[in-house]
Design a protein around this ligand. Structure first.
Ligand code: NAD
Ligand code: UDP
Length: 323
């Protein structure tokens, strides 16, 4: 069932990143005023170019892990700030734990001081290398606390626990969205994640690098669907976690073949070393989102990849012309 949107001013941490910039655009488009807080570590002001002249949009360079932020008149805080690509969080392990812990606390305090609602943008990584398929929200996960991915997984698990503690002890109106792999325009071509990497390699005619045997699966959701899902979780009356993702597991090797054929590339597909603790399967059960929020993804993988490839192609042309 559609839920009424009642927020007038929203603070978005991490709003200059891939997901955050699309979210800011959708918020402004529905007449909501947006305060974006970002330290620009993996995001950029360029992602928000379309909003630069909008009087209802403000970008403030701020590290939410280092210092609290004080502002009034906020009625929703959406907390996205965190490195999200494995390459980024492995490069910034302590920063990742810090933004998941102190950063989440500061974002919760901003919500608490304003009497605002708080939405934590969590991740399917809280399920780790799951032993149950598909993953339902009541599954507790299978995470190696001392593995390389722990800095991200455990930061998000802590963030969920802290969010729940604020709700229980201070009455903060919290929501938690567990987002599964999302892709689309504005991912950085070199961010190391699978979709931008494969598209960049296919466009350049370079080998497409599949980690391990490529039988590991991911379920890919197009960014517009994910953002619509986040808005639905924020507005709904459900404090427990909600999975936001597109069911439909795709082995990574098949994804490489699909990207190559959609690009029309002759790139060879090359199997390289598997990455440590790489989850073998991942697929959301979205019964809760569908039944309680009336949300479901609309964009299929081929259509979403076509949009994304078109965007990467235009970016590569613009970069070439600028040289
Ligand atoms: P991204 O790297 O593009 O965006 C992260 C943003 O957070 C960047 O703009 C970065 O500069 C900012 N940031 C990082 N540390 C900060 C700090 N200390 N203070 C202020 N800003 C800070 O990544 P993304 O894919 O857009 O992910 C955004 C959020 O969504 C993350 O919390 C991530 O865990 C979550 N998520 C994303 C996916 C996905 O597939 N894209 C899946 C699950 C969850
Ligand atoms: N992957 C790959 N080649 C790459 C980048 C990623 O085979 O160049 C694989 C990676 O090992 C994983 C999947 O693609 O199995 C998704 O990786 P990504 O980093 O995009 O997301 P996450 O592992 O966080 O789900």
């Amino acid at each position: 069932m559609p839920v009424q949107w009642e927020f007038r001013r929203v603070a978005v941490t991490g709003g200059a990143g891939f997901l955050g910039s699309h979210l800011c655009e959708q918020l402004v488009a529905r007449g909501t005023s947006v305060l974006c807080l970002d330290n620009l570590s993996t995001g950029s002001a360029r992602n928000l170019e379309s909003l630069a002249e909008e009087p209802t949009f403000e970008l403030v360079e701020h590290d939410i892990a280092r210092r609290p932020y004080t502002a009034g008149g906020i009625d929703l805080v959406v907390h996205l700030a965190s490195p999200a690509s494995p390459a980024d969080y492995l490069r910034m392990p302590v920063e990742t734990l810090r933004v998941g812990s102190r950063g989440t606390e500061h974002a919760l305090e901003l919500a608490d001081r304003n009497g605002a609602r708080f939405l934590l943008v969590s991740t399917s990584e809280v399920y780790g290398d799951p032993l149950r398929h598909p993953q339902t929200e009541d599954y507790w996960g299978n995470v190696n606390p001392v593995g390389p991915r722990a800095v991200y997984d455990e930061a998000k698990r802590y963030a969920e626990a802290l969010t729940t503690a604020f709700r229980a002890s201070r009455g903060t109106g919290t929501r938690i969205a567990r987002v599964f792999n999302t892709y689309g325009p504005r991912m950085r071509p070199a961010d190391g994640r699978v979709v931008p990497t494969f598209i960049r390699q296919a466009l350049a005619g370079e080998p497409i690098t599949v980690n391990g045997d490529g039988r590991q699966t991911r379920s890919l959701c197009y960014v517009d669907d994910t953002v619509r899902g986040l808005l639905a979780v924020a507005a709904a009356n459900r404090p427990q976690p909600v999975n936001i993702g597109r069911p439909g597991e795709l082995p990574v090797r098949k994804l490489a073949e699909l990207v190559r054929s959609l690009v029309g590339s002759r790139s060879p597909i090359e199997h390289v070393a598997a990455s440590a603790d790489d989850p073998k399967r991942r697929c959301p059960d979205i019964t809760v989102a569908t039944r309680e929020l009336g949300w479901r993804p609309r964009v299929d993988v081929v259509a979403g990849l076509r949009h994304t490839i078109a965007w990467f192609t235009a970016e590569a042309r613009a970069a070439g012309a600028a040289r």
